[in-house]
Design a protein. Sequence first.
Lengths: 241, 556
Amino acid sequence: MIELSGISKSYNKGAVKAVNNLSLTVRPGEIFGFLGPNGAGKTTTIKMMVGLLTSDSGTIKINGYDIEKEPLQVKRSLSYVPDNPAIYEKLSGLEYLNFLADVYGVPAKVRRERMERFLSLFEMTQAVGDLIQSYSHGMRQKIVLIGALLHQPQVFILDEPMVGLDPKSAHNLKEYMREHCAQGKTVFFSTHVLEVAEKLCDRIGIISHGELIACGTMEELKAQAQNTGSLENIFLELTEA
Amino acid sequence: MKFINLIKLQLNVTFNFSAFKWYARHDKKKILGAIAIATILLISLVPFYYHFYINLVKSVYQGGYSLGQPEFIFTLAAVVFSMMVLVFGIAFVMSTFYFSQDLSLLIPLPFSPHEIIGAKFVTVLVQEYLTVIPLMLPVIIIYGTGVQAGLYFWLAALVTTLLLPIIPLTIVSIAVLAIMRVTNLGKRKDFLRIVGMTLLIILLLGFNYFVTRLTAMSQAELMNLIFAREGLARLVSRVYPPALIFTRALAAEGLSAVLNLLLFAALSLAGVALTLFSAERLFYRGLIGGEEVSARKSISSEQLTKKITQTSSPVWAIVRREIKIIMRTPVYLLNSVGVTVVMPLAMVVPLLAGDAVDPLLSLLQTVQSRLLLNLGGAALIGFTAAFAPAASSSFSREGRQFWISQVMPVSPREQINGKIIYSLLLAISAMPLVFLVSAFITHWSAVELAIVTVVGLCISIPSITISLLLDLMRPYLNWDNPQKAIKQNMKVIAGMVGTAVMYFLLFQIAKFLVVQKYSEFMIYAGVIISSLILGAIPYFVMLKIADQRYREIVSP
């Protein structure tokens, strides 16, 4: 469960409001899509949720834990996949996964089962022994994804996860997100691929100029925009208004 | 014109001019903070510079002057500074030429290899000036005012100082271009490059040894040479012959000086031309294909099981991560571990070659007390920890990957403990040197070796914790080539200054205990306890601020 309550973040001593008084709740078992034009505040919001940025005001709770007061519990509850992951180039994929399994305290037997499953799911079994510096962009994205799934987080937060993934891996990821939520866990992801959001998400939030301008199921968004067309039409209408 | 633009761009990126301008307009506080830190660091270096370096230059000048050879100071300066550029330039040049992240942008642009290397060479040269000019200034001023030099001298001094790092840099550049070409062999290339760099250093030191050996001569021959005209200069410049031309360009009389100046400039230009020519032939062949790997092999279920059965605690996972990254990144390895091997070797090799061990041995034998020798041995380990920038660049080296440390569920306290443990492990890399010193000079017993090791590691702790603290306060994460995390990182200098303060205090404590004639046990215990207390202060400050710093630091 994710609870954002009145969070704001500004840069340059308040000159640039990246996120303005944003409140949002994502329930267990829900896939939530976070949309918005470039520079709307999506990544800033996500970075505040995972503890990479501090908010100027408001509260963030993940799985019931406050990120300011109980940061370690929050970190144990979530997994984060950034939009352009920089990872240790001089480690092999396997060493990177082992490192994450160690820091998340995943027992050897469990990590083996999960690694085998996810390496196979994302077709990384052959490459996992190589240094990450030899990986393509998509392979890096996949190894970060696998690393993020090793401890089976309650809350899975992804920033533009489909970028760089081949169609099969993107499909497998979407399938996994559904499976994850079916277990009562939460998925929150940002994307520019509106078709994916429309088909995959239980609810969608649209952010523009740092403010949440719309939030709800597809039906609710259509009602709010008074537009019965596709998500693309609704998105363009709301963000250009 | 486009070459000039490329140089301007490279200088801009290297020295962050655009970023400075942006911060000057939008975030004055940040830029003022950076300026304040740089100023404090510079001021803290002034006593060392003034009392130690300038006095050293003065006494070398006076020594030469009393033999009627005041110009000797130039030969010595040219040899020492050129050797410095040669040895420390290897990792610097390799990293700037081959590991900059802007290469993937530059190569597809219509630049030829010699233009890219030419521009990068200029940035390295400018950075070398930042060291060479402050070191040359006192040499020039002390000599110039001492002999009341005329206008030619001051002009020639300006030109030769600017030329001085060029020849050694071109030697290093050509060697690095060749090493990278020969070692561009897929999976094992990092290992081969470390071997290549080590061989190059051995070659340089071997040359030094060989030349010094050649000069071994009888006492009478030596005296004749020393008292001959330019005797000292000719003797010392055998290690690095251009030093003699450099000296004559500044101190010879009349036309000879001008001719030597022209010769020195011509040699420098020839070096640059050869570098650019080599770049055209070798650069792309050493670079392109570097990311390719041999055919990937699938890992079987059994292999996977084998490789993941060794689970470890988060702290040890961090220790292992840090050590693997240092060992596999040639630039880090050379700067962290290499320094601990290269520095002492660079000092010991000429001594061994020049038959200077005997006098050194007799000097050390005059040190009556084994206590002082043991403390000296411990100090050797302490200095290794201080000179290897493993701790002082620990947070900075994480660079763009710092986000992982911020989001993982491991408390900053545990992460810091991991960093302290691996820094201590790296301090142990001084042990071969300790054994070497023991075998040839001090002949420590097993118990004494144990004392040296334990006291040495304890002495290292304040250096490690103060360096980590200074880096944590303002880590430099936004670098685009690993060398910058060390070479352009003020925290590395700050760490050394911090360590100097800590070691000064420890020295005073040890001196007090020795002078007061406490028992050996009490002195060792006193040094150990003082080290632990001094180390604990930055450690607890770090723990106090770590949670907040981990939240405040914005990963690039």
